[in-house]
Design a protein around this ligand. Structure first.
Ligand SMILES: Cc1cc2nc3c(=O)[nH]c(=O)nc-3n(C[C@H](O)[C@H](O)[C@H](O)COP(=O)(O)OP(=O)(O)OC[C@H]3O[C@@H](n4cnc5c(N)ncnc54)[C@H](O)[C@@H]3O)c2cc1C
Length: 407
């Protein structure tokens, strides 16, 4: 996935640049993708098996994908709820961050669930709680219907902290190093294209074990895992951040508890407070489809839907800009206290929503030595780090029993 000025600016920053250096020819563990999953796995493999050589290959800069652009709501379980063999994500997340020395403004006061109707999108009955502090106008009266465990974190600090922890533990991080192809032999061969000041360098790296953690990018590396009859479709999703509100203004909006929130019915809306009193709001999806037109045999114009990649979408233009405009108008209309809010940041980021919202965490169909982790369906802040650690345990030879998440 390419670095993208097209996707706008976030209020959080990633303060990490990998050291340049030559790429090795062989490694014990290669990790593809420098988001939360890949970075947590890299740091953890070195912590669990210091003697193994670890190389993380990131197509652009670490945090260039969803992890640097996420909303940072920390949620338990998965987008599909609890799954067999998953364990306790919300218990594992703070523990892993602490073990790796990552401090990132993690707060866990719970998260509001909001709704306007009496049925959630997965068909469960919901009812506004008595004295809901939130009363917003959004296709009906939007109120709190309950809380779930969780909270929020600064995603820029998490990416930065995990990358530093990985490098400090002895993992190599190579940015601007895209894996173009994988050959599933023993050892596995990774075809890497690295962009440097002097031009492009191509190299084949042999790895005994591999983790593919590219999320919405490079789905072809994961073969049929994101394919099938209803393939997971990468999309761009959107968010904006506001200038700070005063404590009183925040209390009037109903957010005095400091809890983040998301709707359990549609239209979808989520949000959270920033440390400075600003608020982040998010919603909307645009797939990376384009169209091609060509003349058919009888001279008629045929249009075809073509996968053109999310990089082509620009939050300043077209459908993506429209989604951001709609989001902003919607938020201004929620409550009188938001009418004059000042928007400081507008951005989009990639998301991979899978069928029935199950994440993928399993062996690659073509190799026992390759793990694929991803498709968290907008629910990956805590889960990515948690499964990154589990992947590290497997690659360090410490996982016992069935570690895959499977139906
Ligand atoms: C706007 C937005 C808001 C969100 N809000 C929330 C939220 O509030 N709570 C929540 O739980 N989840 C949320 N999510 C989802 C969450 O951020 C993701 O699930 C999580 O960050 C995924 O982490 P990852 O490491 O798997 O993927 P990513 O962070 O996307 O990392 C994948 C990396 O792989 C790299 N890559 C791709 N192809 C290649 C290749 N061929 N070679 C090398 N590198 C490659 C990319 O450049 C990228 O850096 C949100 C996502 C977005 C976009």
């Amino acid at each position: 996935m390419k670095s993208n000025g097209n996707w706008g600016e976030t209020p959080w920053k990633v303060a990490f640049r990998a050291k340049a250096g030559t790429l090795p020819e062989e490694v014990d563990v290669a990790i593809v993708g420098g988001g939360f999953t890949g970075l947590a796995a890299a740091a953890m493999v070195k912590r669990l098996a210091r003697e193994r050589s670890v190389l993380l290959l990131e197509a652009e800069r670490v945090g260039n994908g969803a992890s640097g652009r996420t909303g940072g709501l920390v949620l338990g379980e998965t987008a599909a709820g609890d799954l067999p063999g998953l364990g306790d994500v919300l218990q594992g997340y703070p523990r892993i961050l602490e073990e790796l020395g990552v401090t990132a403004d993690l707060r866990l006061p719970g998260v509001w669930e909001l709704a306007r109707g009496t049925t959630s999108m997965d068909g469960k009955p919901v009812h506004a709680i008595t004295g809901s502090p939130i009363e917003w106008s959004d296709s009906g009266k939007l109120e709190a219907v309950g809380t779930v465990p969780g909270g929020s974190v600064d995603p820029g600090k998490v990416v930065t902290g995990l990358a530093r922890a990985a490098e400090k533990a002895g993992a190599r991080i190579a940015e601007r190093s895209r894996v173009a192809k994988i050959e599933f032999r023993e050892p596995v061969r990774l075809y890497v294209e690295r962009t440097r000041a002097g031009g492009r360098e191509r190299r084949v790296i042999k790895a005994k074990q591999v983790l593919i953690a590219t999320n919405a990018g490079s789905l072809e590396l994961s073969a049929a895992l994101f394919g099938g009859r209803q393939p997971a479709e990468p999309k761009l999703t959107f968010a904006l951040a506001t200038a700070p509100f005063s404590q009183n203004e925040i209390a009037e909006l109903g957010l005095g508890s400091g809890r983040a929130f998301y709707t359990v019915d549609l239209p979808y809306l989520w949000g959270r407070l920033l440390e400075n009193g600003g608020i982040v709001w998010g919603s909307g999806l645009v797939p990376g489809w384009g169209e091609s037109a060509r003349r058919g045999t009888r001279g008629e114009v045929e249009r075809r839907r073509l996968w053109s990649g999310l990089e082509a979408l620009d939050t300043r233009k077209g459908q993506a800009a429209e989604r951001l405009r709609t989001l902003e108008e919607r938020v201004r209309g929620l409550h009188p206290g938001l009418k004059k809010m000042r928007v400081t940041h507008r951005w989009g980021g990639p998301i991979l929503i899978t069928r029935e919202l199950w994440p993928v965490f399993r062996k690659h169909p073509e190799s026992e030595k390759v793990i694929v982790s991803g498709g968290y369906s907008g629910h990956g802040v805590a889960l990515s780090v948690y499964l990154g650690e589990r992947a590290a345990r497997v690659m360090a030879g410490l996982a016992t029993g069935n570690w895959e998440l499977r139906r």
